[in-house]
Design a protein. Structure first.
Length: 269
């Protein structure tokens, strides 16, 4: 009983620390710029301030465009990354060889390379390929294939190999086996991988901020970074912008939250 109580108190403290910034963001959206700057946020809360801040954020130049860019880039990169990684995981597991194991080891080890160390090489590659300031460069830079390859291979190991053998005896190709058998079996993994990749792409800023120069192609993270400074005139509008930007990822998480735990290490029961 005492152990459960200690665990509950610990988790409550951790949750409070995690949720505090988000709750403060919501509270500031109901306040005014002068109240936020004057440290009197709780003295001037009203629904009128909330509506005013939301509408002002909505009408900011480039804000909605940045959200649309992020939705397109995050969705496209997630789908492309999942397709490549799932096929690779399938190949690594069902076509084992010393060479494939070496490639898989290199793929896993690449996850430990800091993103900051890839900043300059990535910039030079895109520059030499004339891909700077393009959506295609954003999509490529948002791919998270090493982790996804590892995720799919670990889960594909649970797939009954006897079914693969039977399908091959019936003349089914690897492509047909993958689409007809593996994808339906690993549906929770695909959904979980999409959510994780979408979140990472949505929040990505280190490489995108280097390869994108024109404001018309700003993703939401780049846009918020450009206005989130001490010189921004209205913090109520800034908090409203942050709140709106959080909604797509929050909604997708609430809809598919049950798949995340199942998808990380899926096993059929």
């Amino acid at each position: 009983m005492l152990k459960r109580l200690i665990s509950f108190v610990f988790l409550l403290i951790v949750c409070s620390l995690v949720l505090a910034p988000y709750l403060m963001m919501i509270v500031c959206t109901f306040s005014t710029n002068s109240s936020i700057k004057g440290n009197t946020v709780f003295e001037n809360l009203s629904s009128e301030n909330f509506i005013k801040n939301i509408m002002s954020a909505y009408h900011q130049k480039g804000f909605i465009n940045s959200i649309l860019n992020s939705v397109i880039i995050s969705t496209t990169s997630s789908l492309l990354g999942i397709f490549i990684a799932s096929f690779a995981g399938f190949g690594y597991e069902f076509h084992r060889s010393k060479l494939s194991e070496l490639f898989f080891t290199v793929t896993v080890l690449s996850m430990y390379i800091p993103a900051s160390s890839l900043l300059l090489p990535t910039f030079l590659i895109f520059k030499n390929l004339s891909l700077l300031n393009t959506y295609f460069a954003l999509i490529l830079s948002s791919l998270n294939t090493p982790f996804l390859v590892f995720l799919f291979r670990q889960n594909i190991k649970k797939f009954p190999f006897d079914i693969i053998k039977a399908a091959r005896l019936d003349g089914a190709s690897d492509v047909r086996i993958f689409f007809r058998l593996c994808i339906p079996y690993l549906k929770p993994v695909f959904i979980s991988a999409f959510i994780i990749t979408f979140f990472e792409s949505w929040n990505s800023i280190l490489i995108p901020v280097v390869i994108i120069q024109s404001s018309e192609k700003f993703t939401n993270s780049i846009y918020l970074n450009s206005i989130g400074s001490i010189w921004f005139s209205d913090y109520g509008v800034l908090m409203a912008s942050l709140l709106i930007s959080t909604l797509p990822t929050l909604i997708s998480f609430l809809i598919f939250r049950h798949y995340i735990k199942r998808g990380i290490y899926y096993h059929d029961k």
